[in-house]
Ligand binder design. Structure first.
Ligand code: C2E
Ligand code: CA
Ligand code: CA
Ligand code: CA
Length: 279
């Protein structure tokens, strides 16, 4: 009786209706935003520990909402995934990134690969290989200028199909990165069999460096194993000089985070690939 009372309260709770109304409005707005392309990409550099040079840029989508201004992915990617709109948004993102890469061809960023975040629905319900291949052809850009970031959770849905898919994308010459590594349930050997090139260790591990021993122990083990399997390791979410120092000592290959560079629109990227002062 208590439970049904709670449910009844929930159903007639004005806040519940308000949330539903907001969600329906957002979904409508998101649909229009995709049709009108209200999206812009920001780019965050990754830096090689040894050379201090920018090795790659991560493309991070933002919604330029007509009334509310620039919205981050946390405010709309979840809804896009639930509603399936991510399939069209994902195509749009691939196109925006490839347009940018083509524009960069003769500048400082010509030849610097850009990594694209792909969500599990895009990966499992679309022929993502075909999407990428046709975008590369349409914009006349090389496969080596694009990388794909995929979380471990995207692979558990159908590991066999995922492995085939990844193999096909890899065969194009596109590098594959595991995103948020350490937060899912995959083993390194499984990831190795799926032909990943790079592990991006989740920022929750980076934030523990210098705080307790666990962060360091985790990175040390991952780096040793990843290297023996021929994969590079990127630390995400590097925010302090101390974290950067520890990661360099641990032979981490690349760093990414606010301490080095923040995500910015293409025109605000540093005009040199050499790491200078902290952004
Ligand atoms: P992610 O792929 O793990 O991206 C890293 C997020 O951490 C970005 O947030 C970035 O701005 C933020 N970040 C970078 N350095 C630091 C740091 O030093 N400290 C902290 N605290 N945060 C840092 P953002 O741009 O809000 O993106 C959030 C998530 O949204 C991404 O997480 C990714 O999962 C998703 N996302 C972004 N763009 C796309 C896209 O084009 N397609 C899809 N499907 N998902 C996207
Ligand atoms: Ca990512
Ligand atoms: Ca990540
Ligand atoms: Ca994430």
């Amino acid at each position: 009786a208590k439970t049904s009372g709670k449910n009844r309260y929930h159903l007639f709770n004005p806040a519940f209706y308000e949330a539903m109304r907001l969600r329906t409005r957002r979904e409508k707005e998101l649909r229009a935003a995709i049709a009108e392309n209200q999206f812009v990409m920001h780019y965050q550099a990754r830096v090689d520990c040894k050379s201090g040079k920018v090795t790659s840029l991560e493309a991070l989508v933002r919604w330029n909402h007509p009334a509310e201004g620039l919205l981050g992915p946390d405010e709309f990617i979840g809804l896009a995934e639930e509603t399936g709109l991510i399939l069209n948004l994902g195509e749009l993102v691939i196109d925006l990134v490839c347009t940018q890469i083509a524009q960069w061809e003769h500048g400082v960023y010509g030849g610097v690969p850009v990594s694209i975040n792909v969500s599990s629905r895009q990966f499992n319900e679309r022929d993502i290989r075909e999407s990428i291949a046709s975008a590369l052809a349409r914009h006349a850009i090389d496969a080596s200028s694009v990388e794909i970031e995929l979380t471990e959770s995207s692979m558990v849905v159908d590991p066999v199909r995922t492995a085939d898919n990844l193999q096909a994308i890899h065969a194009l010459g596109v590098k594959l990165l595991v995103d948020d590594f350490g937060t899912g349930y995959s083993s390194l050997s499984m990831l190795h069999n799926m032909s990943f090139d790079v592990l991006k260790v989740d920022k929750s591990f980076t934030s523990r460096l210098g705080v307790d021993e666990n962060g360091e122990v985790f990175f040390r083990a991952i780096i040793t194993m990843a290297h023996s399997l021929g994969m590079r390791v990127v630390a995400e979410g590097v925010e302090t000089a101390e974290q950067a120092r520890i990661l360099e000592a641990l032979q981490c290959d690349e760093l990414q985070g606010f301490y080095l560079f923040r995500p910015v629109p293409a025109e605000q990227l540093p005009d040199s690939l050499e790491l200078q002062a902290n952004a």
